[in-house]
Design a protein around this ligand. Structure first.
Ligand code: ISE
Length: 322
């Protein structure tokens, strides 16, 4: 993801300059920096964050680094686009929110890029325009070709993959969650089985989410928002269809970077405008949204383990994030 963000900065963000590429693997940082004509390469994120020639950073390092590096940026008064999750630790998320509130202004934009995906934009518009009637349910499935890491688990499907749905569904519906339940079917092999979740919202809606990290056939994310008088469903997104020999078909992306390429561009350009103007992007995800997704994820892993529905319990939303 870091290399992909570096390419977007270098090629798709007019007004931005790719200044430094930082990675713990110095050779990899140098390779990406050279390929994208960055001014420099480095391997110490704290030093890069403090550089006078760096106005803003995009954090795409391992999950456990997101909260401490975001805090470092807040202390320096510089803006950061932090890849999801803000942290898998709810306590860490609260600490970042406390640091941002103490600093008295927003510095962190969180990388829940699906908010910028045209399909979810249209779903949210359909709900807010009233053309669906009262929103009742939202069905979601999120399928990867194969697990992104060898040590991937069912719990990680909830903490690593499902936060995208936790965030974007809450964004589309304009509600919060009150409960979550989670189950897994039994596969015939040793691969991580799908996780199926059912959530209730503060506005009396029902949400179901399937995360299948071993779907095999393609990267496929779809959703349907069902209202009292109409529903809106997300199509399979493909630029072309091939009709041949009495068949028709279209291709799937291999992973999220292709399917959400435009959403990343829109998200990152919104971040650049935030850096340039100081005006927080209207649909961007904040530290509060990062906290909320982490609370749902943490509760969901317990619900999976305990085999029962659990309440989603969050702190009161600070006015700072209203
Ligand atoms: C990955 O970390 C992402 O963020 C992708 O958007 C998601 O589709 C995938 O399931 C996650 O593992």
């Amino acid at each position: 993801m870091g290399a992909d963000h570096a390419r977007i900065v270098a090629e798709d963000m007019p007004g931005a300059k790719l200044q430094v590429v930082c990675d713990m693997d110095t050779a990899r940082a140098r390779s990406v920096a050279t390929a994208l004509d960055a001014a420099d390469a480095a391997s110490d994120p704290e030093a890069v964050i403090a550089r006078a020639d760096v106005d803003a950073v995009i954090i795409a390092s391992p999950d456990f680094t997101h909260a401490p590096l975001s805090m470092a940026r807040i202390r320096l008064g510089k803006k950061v686009l932090c890849e999801k999750p803000l942290s898998q630790s709810v306590v860490d998320c609260v600490q970042v929110m406390q640091a941002e509130r103490a600093a008295g202004q927003r510095f962190v934009q969180l990388g829940f890029m699906r908010r910028y995906d045209q399909a979810y934009v249209e779903m949210r518009q359909a709900r807010t325009s009233g053309q669906l009637g009262r929103a009742l349910m939202m069905h979601n499935f999120h399928r990867n070709v194969a697990t992104p890491a060898a040590d991937f688990t069912g719990a990680m499907a909830i903490t690593n993959s499902a936060p995208h749905e936790f965030d974007v569904v809450q964004h589309v519906l304009g509600t919060d969650y009150t409960s979550i339940a989670a189950w897994q079917p039994k596969r015939s092999d040793a691969l991580v089985a799908p996780v199926f979740m059912v959530l209730e919202t503060t506005d009396g809606q029902i949400v179901n989410i399937e995360v299948n990290n071993n779907a095999a056939y393609g990267y496929d994310v779809r959703a349907e928002l069902v209202g009292e008088t109409a529903s809106i469903a997300m199509n399979h997104v493909a630029f072309t269809r091939v009709d041949r020999a009495l068949t028709t078909g279209s291709a799937y992306e291999t992973d999220w970077r292709g399917r959400y390429a435009e959403a990343y561009r829109r998200q990152n350009r919104a971040f650049l405008r935030f850096v340039q103007t100081g005006i927080y992007p209207e649909i961007a995800a904040s530290c509060w949204d990062g906290y909320a997704a982490s609370v749902v994820a943490e509760t969901g892993t317990r619900a999976l383990k305990e085999g029962r529905k659990l309440p989603v319990q969050m702190i009161t939303k600070p006015e700072f994030y209203a």
